[in-house]
Write a protein that binds this ligand. Structure first.
Ligand SMILES: NC(=O)c1ccc[n+]([C@@H]2O[C@H](COP(=O)([O-])OP(=O)(O)OC[C@H]3O[C@@H](n4cnc5c(N)ncnc54)[C@H](O)[C@@H]3O)[C@@H](O)[C@H]2O)c1
Length: 347
């Protein structure tokens, strides 16, 4: 089928796991931990990084294969990445005005490159936005550059891109696909919470109240604590609520940063309700995951979804791909329906 040439904005933990994962599947030839081995004829090893942007002094100027292990990244090391020949370049940082407090990012003193020119020169198909949450202005600049360069755009961040009509309509006008917003990780707390509640509802249980809260250790947990706690709570609660056909007390959000968890995340689930004869039940559950790898399986699927859309000439917000891979898609479906729509679109 050919290559899928990706540019990455934000060489953090998700980018690290994504690139290590691509090499892992190329070397091992298995499908352990994947949702789809092939999509529309594309395998994982068809994905190739051709450009990368960051703002951190420890990453700028380095080959991506080295930058993914640089501080403050903490994603688990799966393998030693082969040299890519792609150097991390300085991106725009309009959201950072010296107000960083706990963040471990050290902004480089470098000129910002022209993102559009870099994307064009690299002949990128897709720009994957993996910058820190809360960087709304920068996310918008990357999206605008993708339109100008003729690239598809994947917004893994909680910033509103697909849901911002002024941005998503530019993609539609240009006939370029865009997916988002806020990636829903493979074993992410939101995906597991949705699956749990859909299951209980299907088993005839009446759910009365539920919460899902988590604590994490990566840089993104600092961002959530300092910048996106409220918006994440709204996004996550909305994402879950739509999957049960009646109202009940529901809270879904992130609680705090725990540095010794490194790139780990502990997610706590609580559900209270009634079953046969009005009997009460309480369910308490804890899930421990690593943030970086948790994003990988969904990222490789939605990247391929974007390329397939480009091959088909489909532009604008992709409803099926977004509903499958993101917490805040332009249109929501029940989980099984979202899988079905995604598979139909990518087949
Ligand atoms: N499983 C997951 O980890 C997961 C799930 C859903 C959404 N997300 C979203 O994906 C994004 C990446 O998550 P992460 O865990 O890799 O974060 P991270 O903190 O590990 O990495 C973010 C990277 O972006 C860089 N950056 C910040 N501002 C930038 C800018 N203006 N231009 C270029 N680079 C910039 C930082 O230096 C850092 O290298 C976040 O927005 C997060 O909310 C992640």
């Amino acid at each position: 089928m050919g290559e899928i040439r990706i540019a990455i904005a934000g060489v953090g933990n998700c980018a690290s796991s994504l690139l290590q994962g691509i090499q892992y599947y190329r070397e091992n030839g298995n499908s352990l931990g994947l949702l789809h081995e092939k999509l529309g004829g594309y395998g994982i090893d068809d994905i190739k990084v051709v450009a990368a942007f960051d703002i951190d002094v420890d990453k700028i100027g380095k080959d991506v294969s080295k930058a993914i292990y640089a501080k403050p990244n903490k994603a688990p090391k799966i393998n030693e990445l082969e040299k890519t020949g792609v150097k991390v370049q300085m991106g725009p940082s309009p959201d950072i005005a010296g107000e960083i407090t706990m963040s471990e990012i050290k902004k480089a003193d470098e000129e910002t490159v022209d993102i559009t020119s870099v994307l064009k020169k690299a002949n990128a198909d897709v720009l994957v936005n993996l910058i820190s949450g809360g960087s709304d202005k920068a996310s918008r600049l990357y999206a605008e550059a993708a339109v100008k360069a003729g690239c598809g755009f994947l917004n893994a961040t909680p910033s509103g891109i697909v849901n911002d009509l002024s941005v998503s309509s530019a993609f539609k006008k240009a006939g370029l696909p865009v997916v988002g917003d806020d990636l829903m990780s493979q074993m992410g707390a939101t995906a597991v919470h949705i699956g749990l509640l859909e299951f209980l509802d299907k088993r005839g249980v009446k759910i009365e109240e539920s919460y899902q809260l988590d604590v994490g250790g990566g840089g993104e947990s600092i961002n959530t604590l300092e910048k996106t706690k409220e918006s994440k709570r709204i996004i996550k609660t909305e994402a879950v609520k739509k999957h049960v056909p009646y109202d009940f007390e529901l809270v879904s959000g992130s609680a705090d940063f725990v540095d010794f968890l490194i790139n780990g995340r502990d997610s706590f689930f609580y559900v209270k309700g009634k079953y046969f004869g009005g009997s009460d039940f309480v369910l308490d559950m804890k899930l421990s995951t690593e943030d970086g790898p948790n994003s990988g399986a969904v990222l490789v699927d939605v990247i391929r979804g974007l390329k397939i859309a480009m091959d088909k000439g489909a532009g604008g917000p992709l409803e099926a791909v977004s509903a499958y891979g993101f917490k805040r898609p332009p249109r929501r479906y029940m989980m099984q329906e979202a899988y079905k729509q995604f598979r139909e679109f990518t087949s």
